[in-house]
Design a protein around this ligand. Structure first.
Ligand SMILES: Cc1cc2nc3c(=O)[nH]c(=O)nc-3n(C[C@H](O)[C@H](O)[C@H](O)COP(=O)(O)O)c2cc1C
Length: 248
């Protein structure tokens, strides 16, 4: 396994898929070190939110919709506005890294660390990724993505390459619970309001922003993220504002 650059993560967006069947047994130690060193280098959406990552095993994880895998990468965060989006933004980089290296991964929104699993003090579990050597295909053709049309997720006419990267992003239950608006080089990202899937929808928006950052950098922009007052005022009916991307 080699180090993966942003451009390889960018390319992985167009062919990754969720992997739900794994070969038994852990990754060899060298691969595990490569995964671990990549995860230590991932860039947050909000650097002021304290987070910690932990590698868990099959016996450490339980709950609905669990995919049995040799490894799980669990994210713990302090309680702060933006913690779900920050978690989605971070772990999507790992999802793409694993795919770019021919390994399988699958987001796990339902499963939790089982009781008794040590957690970092002061931080709560937010979400995790299952991963390992895949026993099914890791990649798929770009035409095979089941996603909404671009016009269902944005009313912006420009930056279509960047919004396309959001459109194909994975989401819990594939609900694609996001909407993007704004203008003048700023994209505001909103998550569908829901009493049941609200937190997951905000994780989804973080995942989409992670894809948008890679696409923006691929297009030669620098992307800066913030929670902005004008963004809060731009949420369409049925959506709650999450964060904005400023293209520089
Ligand atoms: C936040 C989040 C939570 C998810 N939770 C689960 C889960 O608990 N179990 C599962 O099998 N898949 C889960 N998924 C995977 C989605 O079902 C999958 O990403 C979506 O159907 C799109 O398919 P694709 O990843 O192959 O593009 C989750 C995805 C996201 C982004």
């Amino acid at each position: 396994m080699t180090a993966v650059m942003s451009e390889e993560l960018y390319n992985a967006m167009f062919r990754r898929r969720s992997v739900r069947r794994y070969m038994p047994g852990p990754l060899d130690p060298e691969m595990m070190r490569a995964v671990s060193s990549f995860t230590a280098s991932m860039r947050p959406l909000f650097p002021d939110i304290r987070v910690e990552l932990r590698f868990l095993g099959e016996e450490d994880v339980g709950g609905m919709f669990k995919v049995a895998a040799p490894h799980y990468l669990a994210l713990y965060s302090e309680k702060k506005e933006g913690k779900e989006a920050n978690a989605g933004f971070l772990l999507q980089q790992a999802d793409l890294f694993l795919s770019a290296n021919g390994l399988g991964s699958c987001w796990q929104g339902g499963p939790r660390p089982v009781r008794g699993t040590q957690r970092p003090s002061g931080l709560d579990h937010v979400v995790m990724l299952a991963f390992g050597r895949a026993a099914e295909k890791v990649h798929r053709d770009r035409s095979k993505f089941r996603r909404k049309e671009i016009s269902d997720i944005t009313d912006l006419a420009d930056h279509r390459e960047i919004l396309e990267a959001a459109r194909i992003a994975p989401s819990g239950l594939n609900n694609q619970s996001w909407f993007f608006n704004g203008g003048g080089g700023v994209v505001h990202a909103h998550a569908a309001r829901s009493a049941v899937t609200g937190p997951m929808n905000r994780i989804n928006v973080g995942i989409a922003l992670s894809h948008m950052r890679l696409a923006a950098e691929h297009e030669g922009y620098r992307a800066a993220f913030a929670i902005r007052e004008d963004g809060r005022h731009s949420a369409p009916r049925g959506y709650a504002y999450v964060a904005s991307m400023d293209l520089q």
